[in-house]
Design a binder for this molecule. Structure first.
Ligand SMILES: *[C@@H]1O[C@H](CO)[C@@H](O)[C@H](O)[C@H]1NC(C)=O
Ligand SMILES: *[C@@H]1O[C@H](CO)[C@@H](O)[C@H](O)[C@H]1NC(C)=O
Length: 503
């Protein structure tokens, strides 16, 4: 047998395997086709696997047989179905690593073209650790830092992520009474910012806080209603098939409320003395839960077309620290942290008990993302999670090393960055047990734990202002990946719910 014919044969074998895999995938997907059809994903199939172009050419040129036999008629052993490339499922999507972006950005101009829009200045740079005096040079370095930060993509260890389609996502939001509502602190605001840029790029335009809305003009509230004059709005409305009344309400809202609880609740759960002087100046929105209820309320006249759940993406992370909660005092650091550990689950109970009765909502708790004390020394992601864990050991100690005085060191420990992970776990467990207890007939809010910990943990290089701020993130970088994961998750959960309904 000549080397070329044996090569030919192994090539054929690979191709047959590939075709069979495709066949199996297609059959599995057939079950979902009703759902896809009902959601106007026709122009852009939801399950877009993006097989490499040349694989298709090869199969055409060699006319591989459409069965699972090789030329010697030996039955080809198929890999088990679970090992086929398939969409990652809930928790899987957040487990993986960063790899160099396939279509690399070559310059700041390149990034700016890909993110260009008609309404805002484009992203111009990320903070660099120690910027030079020279303004020009500083600008150049910051631009390059943005390019470097953007040149990575998140790849789950198991399964694939759907491509994010901003138009389809906005259409989905219009099909629910309240669209998407982000609730949380400044990191949620950053995410909000990055998310609406992905829409601006496609000429999806909107007005913020038009005066006819409740809470218009209230501090820390952003409510987006699609602009009447824009041609894109017409397209979106047609795709969604919703009446004009729906178009008058927001499809995207930010309620910047840093702790989700306000003075009376926090006093109660921390056992603060009546004489404790309230010094907290964090951002909040009075009555945000009621506003959420208003947003999510189904409208009778929209019953036939606005049929989806309102989506809520909520977080209460970094501010739940002793730095914010000055009333938590004990003789030792460890004892104080125990007090915090007792307070946090009480907050979870209050928030979940208030939001759960809101019907027709899907509430995703976004995990709190980690800070990296020495972010200024990092110029690329960690190679994987094991690497990240190893390098980020001794978190609080390393955070303290960044300051000199003992007072500052004490303050740093009161930031409680080491509590983010246990706090996340509390949410995960609470949501798990709520989901378990929820009866299938219940109309109450559905809760999901939306995890972005690992992918953020592996990005010490992607913070906002290395040397000064190693907690916030440079925009848009990791936020775009959060969005992609979030939209993927929503698609997945909703297809699952539909399959249940179908049978
Ligand atoms: C947005 O509008 C501008 C100006 O009308 C046009 O040049 C551009 O191609 C549009 N972008 C998209 C993504 O449709
Ligand atoms: C969340 O809980 C689920 C179910 O208990 C578990 O499988 C998963 O690993 C947890 N995720 C995280 C990030 O802790």
């Amino acid at each position: 047998m000549s080397p070329s014919s044996s090569m030919q044969r192994s090539k054929l074998r690979v191709i047959s395997l590939f075709l069979v895999s495709v066949f199996v995938l297609v059959s599995v997907h057939q079950q979902l086709s009703d759902w896809i059809n009902s959601r106007s994903f026709k122009e852009r199939p939801l399950f877009d696997f993006d097989f490499p172009e040349d694989t298709y050419h090869d199969t055409q040129e060699t006319e591989a047989p459409y069965n699972a036999h090789d030329p010697d008629d030996n039955v080809v052993v198929l890999p088990p179905v679970t090992q086929l490339p398939f969409l990652c499922q809930s928790y899987e999507c957040a487990v993986g690593k960063w790899v160099p972006r396939r279509e690399k950005f070559t310059s700041l101009e390149h990034v700016q073209t890909v993110y260009s829009n008609l309404y805002h200045p484009v992203w111009s740079g990320c903070g660099v650790g120690e910027p030079p005096e020279d303004e020009e040079e500083k600008k150049r370095l910051e631009g390059q830092k943005l390019v470097d930060t953007m040149n990575w993509e998140w790849v789950p260890d198991r399964g694939m992520l759907l491509e994010y389609d901003p138009v389809e996502f906005v259409v989905r939001l219009l099909k629910s009474p309240g669209g998407l509502v982000l609730v949380g602190d400044s990191i949620s605001r950053q995410h909000w910012h990055a998310m609406y840029y992905t829409w601006r790029h496609l000429n999806i335009t909107f007005d913020s806080n038009p005066p006819h809305l409740p809470l218009a003009g209230v501090a820390n509230v952003e409510q987006f209603v699609l602009s009447k004059s824009s041609p894109m709005t017409k397209i979106l409305q047609e795709k969604a098939g919703v009446p004009q009344s729906r178009m008058e309400r927001p499809f995207f809202t930010l309620l910047e409320d840093h702790m989700l609880l306000h003075q009376p609740d926090i006093r109660a759960i921390t056992g603060a003395k009546p004489t404790y002087k309230w010094i907290h100046k964090y951002k909040m929105v009075d009555g945000w839960e009621d506003h959420l209820k208003w947003l999510a309320m189904p409208r009778e006249e929209e019953k036939s077309s606005v049929t989806e759940d309102t989506l809520v993406l909520i977080n209460a992370g970094a501010h739940w620290s002793r730095h914010e909660l000055g009333m938590l005092r004990a003789p030792t650091n460890a004892e104080e942290q125990v007090l915090l550990e007792a307070v946090y689950p009480q907050m979870i109970d209050l928030v979940t008990s208030r939001l759960s009765p809101i019907e027709r909502t899907s509430i995703y708790y976004r995990s709190t993302s980690p800070g990296h004390p020495t972010c200024k020394d990092h110029f690329m992601p960690y190679t994987d999670m094991a690497h990240a864990r190893l390098q980020e050991k001794g978190l609080v100690h390393r955070l303290q090393e960044t300051v000199v005085s003992s007072d500052d060191k004490k303050q740093r420990s009161r930031w409680d960055w080491d509590m983010f992970k246990p706090h996340n776990e509390m949410w995960n467990q609470t949501i798990d047990s709520m989901t378990e207890k929820r009866s299938p007939e219940s109309k109450n809010a559905k809760w999901y734990y939306f995890d972005i910990w690992d992918l953020s943990m592996q990005r010490p290089d992607a913070h906002l202002n290395p040397g000064q701020d190693c907690l916030h993130w440079c925009l848009p970088a990791v936020f775009d990946d959060w969005t992609k994961l979030f939209v993927h998750r929503v698609n997945l959960e909703e297809s699952r719910a539909d399959l249940k309904v179908l049978g």
